[in-house]
Design a binder for this molecule. Structure first.
Ligand SMILES: Cc1ncc(COP(=O)(O)O)c(C=O)c1O
Length: 352
């Protein structure tokens, strides 16, 4: 099976399994797990922040960060295609009482700077206070596109001038850094907080890390506890995360090369189209042109569900249909160059 549905399907490497077996453990709610402490320190150093906090998932990382930045009844700005708005079960609203305001995401994952400026509320009894904005880097639904450091800096200038906080959903921030060939610190230095995932392209089985100032992490730790995210001998998880940070960044480079091979191949298949300019990391969306006829052919192989995304099975290749006639392929540690060739052959056959 060639599983291109997501980079979350990656299995831990042998080195990770060994690290898990040998991990030194303690009670992390007491902050006594040496392996968690090591991971948090390493992550904070890599991202140029004062402190880190291990959480079970990217969703909890975003939720804890936003709960820490925003008071109940205030408003957060986020992209209309952002993961936090789309796929996190409305947690910031249900658990935080935080009002979200969605601004249009462009295909490169940016939100227009003028849209941001004009969405900030004036101080008036009718309005919630605008307390924060989140950016997503790389942007999952927007072609896995990386945001440039200059763009992040421009947004941070706005947040600083308006008593707002900037959170980055950096689930795939290392993909962004690799894609732009820059130090990951340059992508997050202007943000008040960032969450990144160990369990996506970095291949760890579980976990995300929030990074920010000491003070921010102090309060975030309490919110993590309140949400039930205080894990005890969490060094089991952190040990694999350390291996991720030590060994898996190079893998991301290979994943991006594999994605570019897919881009080349799919561009040459009549009947399929994609946004070549914005595909720069490990996520690729393509569309089937002349919709219905070709889609019918594929639908026969579609798992029988009635909500997007659908699992698509084409021969032994798995990928997602994320909206009608739009499909997503994600490269990762479990995908080889040979798998890419097989996928291209299958796609070519599909639209014949
Ligand atoms: C951009 C982005 N943010 C956050 C998440 C949430 O991560 P998790 O699945 O670990 O909760 C995802 C998951 O795919 C994501 O793509």
């Amino acid at each position: 099976m060639i599983d291109l549905r997501s980079d979350t399907v990656t299995m831990p490497t042998g080195e990770m399994l060994e690290a898990i077996t040998n991990a030194k453990l303690g009670d992390d709610v007491f902050q006594e797990d040496p392996t968690v402490n090591k991971l948090e320190e390493q992550a904070a150093n890599m991202l140029g922040k004062e402190a880190g906090l291990l959480v079970p998932s990217g969703t909890m990382g975003n939720l804890v960060s936003i709960l820490t930045h925003c008071q109940r009844g205030t408003e957060i700005l986020l992209g209309d295609k952002s993961h936090t708005f789309y796929y996190e079960a409305g947690g910031i609203s249900s658990f935080g009482g935080i009002h979200s305001r969605q601004l249009k995401n462009h295909p490169d994952g940016t939100i227009d700077i003028n849209d941001i400026k004009s969405a900030i509320r004036v101080d008036n009894v009718h309005f919630p206070k605008t307390s924060a904005i989140t950016l997503e880097n790389t942007h999952n639904l927007c072609n896995g596109s990386p945001l440039l450091p200059e763009y992040v800096r421009d947004v941070a200038t706005i947040t600083r001038n308006n008593d707002m906080q900037l959170h980055i959903d950096g689930a795939r921030i290392f993909n962004a850094a690799v894609s732009l060939d820059i130090d990951v610190r340059d992508l997050v230095k202007d943000a008040n907080s960032v969450t990144f995932c160990l369990s996506k392209g970095l291949s760890a089985p579980i976990g995300s890390v929030i990074c920010g100032s000491e003070k921010f992490i102090y309060y975030a730790r309490r919110n993590r506890k309140a949400l039930g995210g205080g894990m005890r001998q969490a060094g089991i998880i952190a040990s694999a995360g350390i291996v991720s940070l030590d060994t898996m960044i190079d893998q991301i480079r290979k994943d991006h090369t594999n994605t570019q091979h897919l881009v080349e191949g799919i561009s040459s298949i009549e009947g399929l189209s994609l946004d070549r300019d914005n595909i720069k990391s490990n996520i690729l969306y393509f569309d089937i042109e002349e919709g219905e006829k070709r889609r019918d052919k594929l639908a026969k192989q579609t798992a029988n569900k009635n909500v997007y995304p659908f699992d698509i099975i084409l021969d032994n290749i798995y990928f997602l249909e994320t909206s009608p006639n739009r499909f997503r392929l994600v490269t990762h540690h479990g995908i080889t160059g040979d798998d890419i060739e097989k996928t291209l052959i299958a796609l070519k056959d599909m639209v014949k």
